[in-house]
Design a protein around this ligand. Structure first.
Ligand code: S3P
Length: 183
């Protein structure tokens, strides 16, 4: 959506949505919100525990509820979880409430970034590479259908370099609505 009040980051696990989103929010002087962290705050449980107790379906229901709440924000940078694009309703909500950026990362970069991670239930499998390949095959068309802009996140090295690159691209691509005049 353009112009759009919010900036929404989508993309697979380990693409740098949270770290880049946080930095970008500082550069743009906007509040930063992380969807997974918001879900954890509201449930009082980790994402892993929610998966364990309620299954993936239960987690997805909570994810959609909290996304619907946060999509009503005005002027935030919102990082989402890798599977937030699975539901058509979520995709429509994101398109309608923000300028959506897809941080695209290759599987090798994801594996490297996530090598010490034990918090993501979907990666609690013997063959992480195969799982990430399978997820990308299913989800990449959904990221593509939702995003206003796709950025390759693995080639730029550090998160600060990616943030600078993204900030430059956004200057051209994203029309932020004018700040309303103060009363
Ligand atoms: C998930 C990605 C995670 C988290 C959950 C499920 C997914 O978020 O929402 O573990 O389905 O890809 P990150 O993309 O921030 O790791």
């Amino acid at each position: 959506m353009n112009p759009a009040a919010n900036l929404i980051l989508i993309g697979p696990m380990g693409s740098g949505k949270t770290s880049t989103g946080r930095r970008l929010a500082q550069v743009l002087q906007m509040p930063f919100v992380d969807l997974d962290q918001a879900i954890e705050q509201r449930t009082g449980a980790s994402i892993a525990l929610t998966f364990e107790i309620e299954g993936e379906d239960g987690f997805r229901r909570r994810e959609s509820e909290v996304l619907a709440e946060l999509a009503g924000s005005h002027g935030v940078v919102l990082s989402t979880g890798g599977g937030a694009v699975l539901s058509e309703a979520n995709r429509a909500l994101m398109r309608d409430s923000g300028f959506v950026v897809w941080l695209d990362a290759g599987v090798e970069a994801q594996l490297a970034r996530l090598r010490h991670d034990r918090k993501r239930p979907l990666l609690d499998v013997p063959d992480r590479r195969a799982k990430l390949v399978e997820l990308a095959a299913h989800r990449n068309p959904l990221y593509a259908a939702t995003a206003d802009l796709r950025v390759e996140s693995s080639g730029l090295g550090s998160s600060s370099a990616l943030t600078r690159h993204l900030a430059t691209l956004l200057e051209r691509a994203w029309q932020r609505p004018a700040v309303e005049a103060l009363p």
